[in-house]
Design a protein around this ligand. Sequence first.
Ligand SMILES: O=C(O)COP(=O)(O)O
Ligand SMILES: [Mg+2]
Length: 215
Amino acid sequence: MVAFDLDGTLIDSVPDLANAIDRMLVDEGLSALGEDRVRDFVGNGARVLVERALEAHGLATDDLTRVERAHQCFLAHYAADPSSRTRLYPGARDCLEGLHQAGVVVVLITNKPETFIEPLLSHFSLAEHFALALGGDSLPTRKPDPAPLLFAAERLGVAPREALMVGDSRHDIAAGRAAGFRTLAVPYGYNHGEPIARSHPDHIVESLAELVVAG
Ligand SMILES: O=C(O)COP(=O)(O)O
Ligand SMILES: [Mg+2]
């Protein structure tokens, strides 16, 4: 079984995430931050993304009324336009098709809210590749907690040591290691501005086109 992360691994979604964050900020009377700033905030789900954008404006995130209003505002903007600027990374489709042809079970484990998974996978005609897709709010905990990975392995009857987690961020590598999966990282995604090598994944590939299925 191969478990893929979504944002920063299969799709370059920051242009649409940043657009929705910036629209939310303008609605809140704040200035837009732009893609380069927002890129480093992605990885721990929508609410944390919103909190980091507010913090970047020096606002305290213990104002729960403001955070919740901003969160709902971001979700509405992102729901209205989740894919028009988002691109599939080179090699992603070939990799998924190759795994499919090799008979490998593929699942999606993202920290993105579950509601956005289906529209994005449909937009890129990728839904058929995934036996299971879990979002950041599908279970009580999300990556770096191993729970979604272990849930997927159990649901599909796969031993964790026979599974591989593929991702772009330290949260993917930490979750994979904690679940007993092997880990493979791509260096082109979003990792809070840090090189993913610092997380010591078992493998790093420059492109998913290089992903070789072992065993
Ligand atoms: O939405 C996020 O924060 C990150 O999503 P990902 O887990 O697919 O990278
Ligand atoms: Mg990611």
